[in-house]
Design a protein around this ligand. Sequence first.
Ligand SMILES: [Zn+2]
Length: 70
Amino acid sequence: MMTVQNPTILQHPTTIQACCPTCHHQGEFMLLGVQTWPKVVATKMGMPETIGTYQCEHCETTISEVDLSR
Ligand SMILES: [Zn+2]
């Protein structure tokens, strides 16, 4: 089960500069929270155990940092 926690784990930057896949706007994404996955699930999907969730400042789309870095 996926849980969303407050962004207290600061291995995730509070803002990321990236191009939004939804509105194609190059801008700033703000950290909304951190998803924590069980180690078994993370390993199976090839993802980190904690993933920051970010929001586009332009269209308010939320996206995970995994998708942003692609
Ligand atoms: Zn956007």
